[in-house]
Design a protein around this ligand. Structure first.
Ligand SMILES: [Zn+2]
Length: 301
């Protein structure tokens, strides 16, 4: 659970409701009609409106598809989250909502291919839970990252209070006043509500130039980013130990000062789900929308 005070404060400032407080304001009794036309709002209308904001518009190839439910479903309430976990689905049902906008896959692979899972009891349980309760899940990943600037990155910069240090054209590139690696780690943990991070480097080393890739950008982005931008620190959501981490280890052995901080995927991108709440409140004020944290899947021992 991410119950850190600073994180709560951050979430409160953008109007979302965190953690255990969500049940204090269920969707019950809320009108779901459009305030201007009195027409019910469908899933399709919300998705179309979001895509209207995205430069380039509709993508031919995208993972941002419906994972359950239908486009013509009337929306009673919306939940945004990093993952539509079974727990998030249960909380959505309890809150009287029926539309989940999730950043990441529902069924354990990037494309949400389910053929290979059709006899799997975990898949079946989740798919049935969604079906029986008429919950529509839409993944909003490719579109939210294509907003200019990327709404996930901007959300993280706000969360970390780093907007003023970010490069105007490449907001993933941040130049901080010089800071010890240990202080940088402390800042990230406090602001993002993270219990522990993994890192490579000397904690007493001074850092300034940061390259930040929330999520799982992959070895090509990580390694070519380091090569191109020559940061003191790469901060990522997750990486493959045998790729990015080994590259950084070798770079340090060669004499470079590059450090690595691994935040965890969920913590690194959750600000995007919070952004969506703000967007929904502005564009569809008649529909109740809440951010429900999916929490970290992994514990530290
Ligand atoms: Zn992402």
């Amino acid at each position: 659970m991410q119950t850190n005070n600073s994180r709560r404060k951050f979430i409160a400032t953008v109007g979302a409701v965190a953690g255990g407080q969500i049940f204090l304001s269920p969707f019950i009794g809320k009108s779901t009609s459009n305030i201007f036309t009195n027409e019910p709002i469908t899933v399709a209308q919300i998705i179309d409106r979001f895509i209207k904001d995205v430069p380039g518009g509709v993508l031919k190839q995208t993972v941002d598809t419906l994972k359950s439910g239908s486009l013509d479903m009337q929306v009673k309430g919306i939940v945004t989250s990093m993952f539509a976990t079974v727990d998030v689905i249960r909380k959505t049902i309890a809150a009287g909502a029926n539309f989940i906008i999730a950043h990441e896959p529902t069924f354990y692979n990037h494309e949400d291919a389910v053929e290979w899972l059709k006899n799997d009891p975990v898949y079946q349980y989740k798919a049935n839970l969604l079906k029986e309760n008429n919950i529509t899940v839409w993944r909003c990943h490719d579109y939210i990252h294509r907003l200019i600037p990327d709404a996930v990155t901007m959300g993280v910069l706000t969360e970390l209070d780093w907007k003023q240090y970010a490069d105007k054209k490449i907001p993933n590139l941040i130049t901080l006043p010089p800071i010890y690696l240990k202080e940088l780690i402390k800042h990230l943990k406090i602001r993002m509500g993270i219990e522990a991070v993994r890192y490579i480097g000397d904690i007493n080393q001074t850092c300034s130039r940061i390259l930040m890739y929330p999520g799982a950008a992959g070895k090509n982005a990580h390694i070519s980013g380091i090569e191109h931008f020559k940061p003191d620190v790469l901060i990522c959501g997750e990486m493959s130990e045998w790729e990015t981490a080994e590259y950084i280890r070798d770079a340090r052995s060669k004499g470079d000062n590059i450090c690595l901080i691994v935040l965890g995927h969920i913590a690194s991108e959750e600000a995007g789900a919070v952004f969506l709440i703000e967007w929904l409140k502005e564009k569809f004020p008649s529909i109740k929308a809440q951010f429900i944290p999916s929490g970290n899947s992994l514990s530290f021992a």
